[in-house]
Write a protein that binds this ligand. Structure first.
Ligand code: UTP
Length: 297
């Protein structure tokens, strides 16, 4: 019987330079899509997938993130007193069980692989998930849940994958694939941020992973790779060299790259339009500016 995946690592120790000056004092993961911080979308997805332990790898200046997960008894009492029960429910739904969240410091931003390695003692010898809150995925069935269901059949390690334009390959980890099995592709190699003409396919890794604990052992030995950082991709690629299975999983859903400004704005519009109370006003506004734009051309 395969061990269940109940732990997830959320590496949030990066500097978020693409959102400066905001990220001088606001952690990127606290920035809101409509009214929910990015990290809340990731937590909701993890909970829906059966994750019970949430491990945040943080860094200096991320205090607001820890505060966000505190309960707010005074606020709750006030809302109850005023009969604002819907808001109270919204608030209570974000409460986490005591002891469910752990925070580990990454003292230096040495890369995503290093951030994951920092959590090794809390993972031990179990398979675990890694979720990057920058990647927000709108899906009928939450992406991590889709992956865990597939993982229960396959074991090994699994990365969420999506097709990208060849010109964009150099921004992602790219899969070298062999056979396809429905939504799954067997991976025979992985390259971090290849030049467009060196990319082995157009299948890119995005921020959802289910990893075997042996990946942590590989990270133990890794030196810095692409961009001078310790790359998670390299540690997963070593699994293949050691003849353990790695799969790419073509998830169903729409992924927004909220680590980039354009992606964040697109997600804001998409999640705004998905809200009943905002839809009419927002879509009327979008149509009006599209008309102005057309007229200007
Ligand atoms: P990014 O490459 O998006 O870097 O990291 P970043 O620092 O967050 O943002 P920019 O590029 O400066 O704008 C991808 C994920 O890996 C985490 C980040 O927090 C983000 O969730 N990360 C990256 C770490 O936890 N530690 C690192 O050393 C690097």
């Amino acid at each position: 019987m395969r061990k269940k995946v109940t732990k997830a690592i959320f590496p949030v120790a990066g500097m978020g330079t693409r959102f400066l000056p905001a990220t001088k004092s606001v952690p990127k993961e606290i920035m809101t899509l409509v009214d929910r911080p990015l990290v809340q979308y990731a937590i909701d997805e993890a909970r829906a997938a059966g994750i019970k332990e949430f491990i945040f790898v943080t860094s200096r200046g991320k205090g607001a993130l820890e505060d966000y997960f505190d309960h707010a008894p005074q606020l709750e009492q006030e809302l109850r007193k005023k009969g604002k029960l819907e808001l109270l429910k919204t608030l209570e739904d974000t409460n986490m069980d005591s002891g469910a969240i752990a925070y580990i410091r990454q003292h230096k931003a040495l890369g995503l692989g290093h951030a994951v390695w920092c959590a090794r003692r809390l993972i031990g010898n179990e398979p675990f998930a890694v979720m990057l809150p920058d990647d927000v995925i709108a899906a009928d069935k939450p992406c991590l849940k889709q992956m865990i269901e597939a993982y229960e059949e396959t074991g090994g390690s699994m990365v969420a994958a999506m097709e990208v334009e060849p010109a964009r390959a150099s921004s992602y980890g790219i899969l070298d694939t062999s056979e396809e099995q429905g939504d799954l592709v067997k991976v025979k190699g992985m390259v971090e941020k290849p030049a467009a003409d060196k990319a082995p396919s157009n299948l890119a890794v995005i921020g959802r992973y289910i990893l075997a604990p042996t990946v942590l052992k590989n990270l133990n030995k890794l030196k810095s790779g692409s961009g001078g950082e310790i790359q998670l991709t390299d540690a997963i690629a070593q699994e293949i060299e050691q003849e353990r299975d790695v799969y790419g999983f073509r998830f169903r859903g729409q992924r927004f790259d909220c680590g980039s400004k354009a992606g964040f704005l697109q997600a804001t519009v998409a999640f705004g339009l998905a809200r009943e109370e905002l839809r009419d006003d927002l879509s009327a506004y979008l149509q009006s500016i599209a008309q102005v734009d057309r007229a200007a051309q």
